[in-house]
Design a protein around this ligand. Structure first.
Ligand code: CP
Length: 303
Protein backbone atom coordinates (compact mmCIF):
# COMPACT_ATOMS: atom_id res chain seq x y z
CA UNK A 1 0.00 0.00 0.00
CA UNK A 2 1.19 3.55 -0.79
CA UNK A 3 2.29 5.52 2.28
CA UNK A 4 1.29 9.15 1.74
CA UNK A 5 2.37 11.78 4.29
CA UNK A 6 -0.54 14.20 4.56
CA UNK A 7 -1.22 15.08 8.21
CA UNK A 8 0.19 14.31 11.66
CA UNK A 9 -3.17 12.66 12.41
CA UNK A 10 -2.04 9.83 10.10
CA UNK A 11 0.84 8.93 12.46
CA UNK A 12 0.82 7.05 15.75
CA UNK A 13 3.18 8.01 18.55
CA UNK A 14 5.16 4.79 17.93
CA UNK A 15 5.60 5.66 14.25
CA UNK A 16 6.83 9.14 15.12
CA UNK A 17 9.31 7.70 17.62
CA UNK A 18 10.68 5.37 14.92
CA UNK A 19 11.06 8.28 12.46
CA UNK A 20 12.92 10.35 15.06
CA UNK A 21 15.19 7.41 15.89
CA UNK A 22 15.94 6.65 12.23
CA UNK A 23 16.72 10.32 11.60
CA UNK A 24 19.70 10.06 13.98
CA UNK A 25 21.26 7.63 11.48
CA UNK A 26 20.75 10.06 8.59
CA UNK A 27 22.36 13.02 10.35
CA UNK A 28 25.95 12.16 9.28
CA UNK A 29 24.75 11.86 5.66
CA UNK A 30 23.00 15.22 5.93
CA UNK A 31 26.37 16.60 7.06
CA UNK A 32 28.14 15.20 3.97
CA UNK A 33 28.85 11.47 4.47
CA UNK A 34 28.36 9.70 1.12
CA UNK A 35 25.29 7.52 0.50
CA UNK A 36 23.67 5.82 -2.49
CA UNK A 37 20.55 4.70 -0.65
CA UNK A 38 18.18 6.33 -3.16
CA UNK A 39 20.32 5.85 -6.27
CA UNK A 40 18.05 5.33 -9.28
CA UNK A 41 15.05 6.97 -7.57
CA UNK A 42 13.43 10.22 -8.73
CA UNK A 43 11.62 12.79 -6.56
CA UNK A 44 9.27 15.35 -8.12
CA UNK A 45 8.77 18.69 -6.35
CA UNK A 46 5.63 20.71 -7.09
CA UNK A 47 5.43 24.07 -5.32
CA UNK A 48 2.33 26.12 -6.10
CA UNK A 49 3.36 28.52 -3.29
CA UNK A 50 6.77 30.06 -2.48
CA UNK A 51 9.27 28.05 -0.44
CA UNK A 52 12.97 28.13 0.40
CA UNK A 53 13.57 25.61 3.20
CA UNK A 54 11.07 22.89 2.39
CA UNK A 55 11.86 22.74 -1.32
CA UNK A 56 15.64 22.97 -0.97
CA UNK A 57 15.94 20.65 2.02
CA UNK A 58 13.93 17.96 0.20
CA UNK A 59 16.19 18.47 -2.81
CA UNK A 60 19.34 18.29 -0.64
CA UNK A 61 18.04 15.19 1.15
CA UNK A 62 17.35 13.41 -2.14
CA UNK A 63 20.68 14.37 -3.73
CA UNK A 64 22.79 13.47 -0.70
CA UNK A 65 21.12 10.03 -0.78
CA UNK A 66 22.18 9.59 -4.42
CA UNK A 67 18.75 10.24 -5.97
CA UNK A 68 17.53 12.66 -8.63
CA UNK A 69 15.05 15.55 -8.41
CA UNK A 70 12.70 16.93 -11.05
CA UNK A 71 10.99 20.23 -10.29
CA UNK A 72 7.80 21.62 -11.82
CA UNK A 73 9.36 25.09 -11.56
CA UNK A 74 7.24 28.25 -11.41
CA UNK A 75 3.62 27.18 -11.93
CA UNK A 76 3.04 30.02 -14.41
CA UNK A 77 5.60 28.41 -16.72
CA UNK A 78 4.03 24.94 -16.43
CA UNK A 79 0.85 23.62 -18.06
CA UNK A 80 -1.01 24.68 -14.92
CA UNK A 81 -1.08 28.08 -16.71
CA UNK A 82 -3.03 26.41 -19.54
CA UNK A 83 -5.66 25.27 -17.07
CA UNK A 84 -4.45 21.74 -16.23
CA UNK A 85 -6.06 20.47 -13.04
CA UNK A 86 -4.07 19.34 -10.01
CA UNK A 87 -5.52 15.84 -10.41
CA UNK A 88 -4.22 15.53 -13.99
CA UNK A 89 -0.83 17.01 -13.11
CA UNK A 90 -0.45 14.47 -10.30
CA UNK A 91 -1.48 11.53 -12.53
CA UNK A 92 1.08 12.56 -15.15
CA UNK A 93 3.98 13.24 -12.78
CA UNK A 94 3.39 9.90 -11.08
CA UNK A 95 4.63 8.39 -14.36
CA UNK A 96 7.96 10.22 -14.03
CA UNK A 97 8.82 10.03 -10.33
CA UNK A 98 8.86 7.66 -7.34
CA UNK A 99 7.35 10.23 -4.95
CA UNK A 100 5.84 13.72 -5.18
CA UNK A 101 6.37 16.59 -2.74
CA UNK A 102 3.44 19.01 -3.04
CA UNK A 103 2.88 22.50 -1.63
CA UNK A 104 -0.43 24.09 -2.54
CA UNK A 105 -2.39 27.14 -1.30
CA UNK A 106 -5.65 25.16 -0.97
CA UNK A 107 -6.36 23.36 2.30
CA UNK A 108 -6.98 19.68 1.56
CA UNK A 109 -5.08 19.75 -1.76
CA UNK A 110 -2.52 17.13 -0.67
CA UNK A 111 -5.20 14.68 0.47
CA UNK A 112 -7.06 15.17 -2.80
CA UNK A 113 -3.81 14.66 -4.76
CA UNK A 114 -3.23 11.39 -2.90
CA UNK A 115 -6.53 10.07 -4.27
CA UNK A 116 -5.21 10.45 -7.83
CA UNK A 117 -1.58 9.46 -7.30
CA UNK A 118 0.09 6.15 -8.03
CA UNK A 119 3.18 7.25 -6.03
CA UNK A 120 3.44 8.59 -2.44
CA UNK A 121 2.36 12.22 -1.94
CA UNK A 122 4.27 14.18 0.69
CA UNK A 123 2.37 17.24 1.90
CA UNK A 124 4.77 20.20 2.02
CA UNK A 125 2.00 22.55 3.22
CA UNK A 126 -1.62 22.91 2.12
CA UNK A 127 -2.91 26.43 2.75
CA UNK A 128 -3.72 26.92 6.41
CA UNK A 129 -4.07 23.13 6.80
CA UNK A 130 -1.09 20.94 7.65
CA UNK A 131 2.71 20.85 7.32
CA UNK A 132 3.64 17.43 8.71
CA UNK A 133 7.26 17.29 7.55
CA UNK A 134 7.87 20.62 9.34
CA UNK A 135 6.37 19.12 12.49
CA UNK A 136 8.60 16.07 12.34
CA UNK A 137 11.67 18.28 12.02
CA UNK A 138 10.34 20.44 14.87
CA UNK A 139 9.97 17.36 17.08
CA UNK A 140 13.45 16.22 16.09
CA UNK A 141 14.85 19.66 16.99
CA UNK A 142 13.12 19.54 20.38
CA UNK A 143 14.47 16.02 20.98
CA UNK A 144 18.04 17.00 20.00
CA UNK A 145 18.21 20.46 21.54
CA UNK A 146 15.86 20.16 24.53
CA UNK A 147 13.64 17.22 25.63
CA UNK A 148 10.35 15.72 24.52
CA UNK A 149 9.17 14.50 27.92
CA UNK A 150 7.48 16.84 30.41
CA UNK A 151 7.78 19.61 27.82
CA UNK A 152 6.42 23.07 28.49
CA UNK A 153 6.07 24.94 25.23
CA UNK A 154 4.50 28.20 24.06
CA UNK A 155 3.30 28.56 20.46
CA UNK A 156 3.25 32.24 19.48
CA UNK A 157 1.88 34.27 16.59
CA UNK A 158 -0.54 33.35 13.83
CA UNK A 159 -2.28 30.33 15.34
CA UNK A 160 -5.35 30.77 13.14
CA UNK A 161 -3.79 30.37 9.69
CA UNK A 162 -0.47 28.81 10.76
CA UNK A 163 -0.26 25.27 9.40
CA UNK A 164 3.03 24.63 11.21
CA UNK A 165 1.44 25.20 14.61
CA UNK A 166 -1.69 23.22 13.72
CA UNK A 167 0.41 20.15 12.86
CA UNK A 168 2.80 20.65 15.77
CA UNK A 169 0.02 20.97 18.35
CA UNK A 170 -1.46 17.64 17.20
CA UNK A 171 1.91 15.94 17.53
CA UNK A 172 2.71 17.53 20.90
CA UNK A 173 -0.57 16.30 22.32
CA UNK A 174 0.72 12.75 21.69
CA UNK A 175 3.74 13.62 23.88
CA UNK A 176 1.51 15.10 26.63
CA UNK A 177 3.23 18.47 26.34
CA UNK A 178 1.97 21.39 28.36
CA UNK A 179 1.05 23.96 25.67
CA UNK A 180 0.39 27.67 25.97
CA UNK A 181 -1.15 29.27 22.89
CA UNK A 182 -0.18 32.94 22.54
CA UNK A 183 -1.90 35.06 19.92
CA UNK A 184 -4.06 38.15 19.51
CA UNK A 185 -7.77 37.29 19.87
CA UNK A 186 -8.37 37.43 16.10
CA UNK A 187 -5.57 34.89 15.41
CA UNK A 188 -6.44 32.26 18.02
CA UNK A 189 -6.16 28.60 17.11
CA UNK A 190 -9.45 27.46 15.50
CA UNK A 191 -11.95 25.94 17.98
CA UNK A 192 -12.22 22.75 15.93
CA UNK A 193 -8.49 22.09 16.42
CA UNK A 194 -8.56 22.98 20.13
CA UNK A 195 -11.52 20.62 20.64
CA UNK A 196 -9.66 17.84 18.84
CA UNK A 197 -6.55 18.43 20.94
CA UNK A 198 -8.53 18.40 24.19
CA UNK A 199 -10.21 15.17 23.10
CA UNK A 200 -6.71 13.68 22.89
CA UNK A 201 -6.08 14.82 26.45
CA UNK A 202 -3.87 17.80 25.59
CA UNK A 203 -3.08 20.36 28.25
CA UNK A 204 -3.71 23.76 26.66
CA UNK A 205 -4.00 27.28 28.00
CA UNK A 206 -4.32 30.56 26.10
CA UNK A 207 -2.99 34.05 26.61
CA UNK A 208 -2.09 37.11 24.55
CA UNK A 209 1.40 38.02 25.78
CA UNK A 210 4.74 36.19 25.84
CA UNK A 211 5.67 37.92 29.12
CA UNK A 212 2.99 35.83 30.89
CA UNK A 213 4.92 32.57 30.39
CA UNK A 214 8.51 33.35 29.39
CA UNK A 215 9.87 32.33 32.81
CA UNK A 216 8.07 28.98 32.85
CA UNK A 217 8.70 27.32 29.48
CA UNK A 218 11.33 25.09 27.84
CA UNK A 219 10.52 26.03 24.22
CA UNK A 220 9.30 29.29 22.72
CA UNK A 221 7.98 28.44 19.23
CA UNK A 222 7.55 31.71 17.33
CA UNK A 223 5.68 32.07 14.04
CA UNK A 224 5.25 34.84 11.50
CA UNK A 225 1.96 36.72 11.20
CA UNK A 226 1.24 35.65 7.61
CA UNK A 227 0.20 38.70 5.61
CA UNK A 228 -0.64 36.56 2.58
CA UNK A 229 -3.36 34.59 4.44
CA UNK A 230 -5.47 37.62 5.47
CA UNK A 231 -8.55 38.18 3.28
CA UNK A 232 -8.55 41.87 4.35
CA UNK A 233 -5.19 43.78 4.41
CA UNK A 234 -6.63 46.20 7.01
CA UNK A 235 -7.06 43.26 9.42
CA UNK A 236 -3.38 42.34 8.91
CA UNK A 237 -2.31 45.90 9.77
CA UNK A 238 -4.08 45.61 13.15
CA UNK A 239 -1.81 42.75 14.25
CA UNK A 240 1.39 43.23 12.20
CA UNK A 241 4.43 43.44 14.48
CA UNK A 242 2.41 42.59 17.60
CA UNK A 243 5.09 40.19 18.91
CA UNK A 244 8.82 40.81 18.97
CA UNK A 245 11.24 38.60 20.88
CA UNK A 246 14.12 40.74 22.16
CA UNK A 247 17.11 40.29 24.47
CA UNK A 248 15.24 42.40 27.02
CA UNK A 249 12.32 39.95 27.03
CA UNK A 250 14.73 37.02 27.38
CA UNK A 251 16.12 38.38 30.67
CA UNK A 252 13.13 36.68 32.30
CA UNK A 253 13.67 33.34 30.48
CA UNK A 254 14.75 30.06 32.02
CA UNK A 255 18.44 29.33 31.51
CA UNK A 256 17.81 26.34 29.23
CA UNK A 257 15.02 27.84 27.12
CA UNK A 258 15.29 27.28 23.38
CA UNK A 259 13.67 29.51 20.75
CA UNK A 260 12.40 27.90 17.56
CA UNK A 261 10.83 29.35 14.41
CA UNK A 262 9.87 27.49 11.21
CA UNK A 263 11.13 30.55 9.27
CA UNK A 264 10.96 32.75 7.29
CA UNK A 265 10.79 35.46 9.95
CA UNK A 266 9.93 39.07 9.34
CA UNK A 267 10.20 41.12 12.55
CA UNK A 268 8.99 38.75 15.28
CA UNK A 269 12.51 37.87 16.47
CA UNK A 270 15.02 40.69 16.78
CA UNK A 271 18.25 39.76 14.92
CA UNK A 272 20.26 40.40 18.12
CA UNK A 273 18.59 37.27 19.57
CA UNK A 274 20.41 35.17 16.93
CA UNK A 275 23.64 35.52 18.95
CA UNK A 276 22.10 34.36 22.24
CA UNK A 277 22.32 30.83 23.65
CA UNK A 278 18.56 30.51 23.23
CA UNK A 279 18.36 30.67 19.43
CA UNK A 280 17.90 27.31 17.66
CA UNK A 281 16.00 28.27 14.49
CA UNK A 282 18.97 27.86 12.14
CA UNK A 283 19.82 24.43 13.60
CA UNK A 284 16.12 23.64 13.19
CA UNK A 285 16.29 24.43 9.46
CA UNK A 286 19.31 22.08 9.14
CA UNK A 287 17.42 19.23 10.84
CA UNK A 288 14.96 19.42 7.96
CA UNK A 289 17.50 17.57 5.82
CA UNK A 290 17.95 14.36 7.89
CA UNK A 291 14.25 14.25 8.77
CA UNK A 292 13.29 14.52 5.11
CA UNK A 293 15.88 11.84 4.25
CA UNK A 294 14.05 9.50 6.62
CA UNK A 295 10.68 10.36 5.08
CA UNK A 296 11.94 9.92 1.51
CA UNK A 297 13.52 6.57 2.34
CA UNK A 298 10.25 5.52 3.99
CA UNK A 299 8.07 6.74 1.10
CA UNK A 300 10.31 5.00 -1.44
CA UNK A 301 10.25 1.76 0.51
CA UNK A 302 13.96 1.45 1.31
CA UNK A 303 13.76 1.51 5.14
N1 CP B 1 9.32 26.47 7.17
C1 CP B 1 8.96 26.50 5.87
O1 CP B 1 8.03 25.83 5.42
O2 CP B 1 9.75 27.33 5.10
P1 CP B 1 9.58 27.57 3.54
O3 CP B 1 8.24 28.26 3.33
O4 CP B 1 10.74 28.44 3.15
O5 CP B 1 9.58 26.24 2.85
Amino acid sequence: MLRHIISMKDFSRDEIDIILKNTMDFEPIARGQLSNLLSGKVLATLFYEPSTRTRLSFETAMKRLGGEVIDLGPVEKSSVAKGETLADTIRVIGNYADAIVLRHPREGAARMAAEYSNVPIINAGDGAGHHPTQTLLDLYTIMRECKLSNLRIALVGDLKYGRTVHSLAYALSMYHADMTLISPKQLQMPDVIKKDLKKQGASISETTTIEDVIGDIDVLYVTRIQKERFPDPAEYQKVAGIYRVTEELLKKARDNLIIMHPLPRVDEIDPSVDRTKYARYFEQSFYGVPVRMTLLAMAMGVV
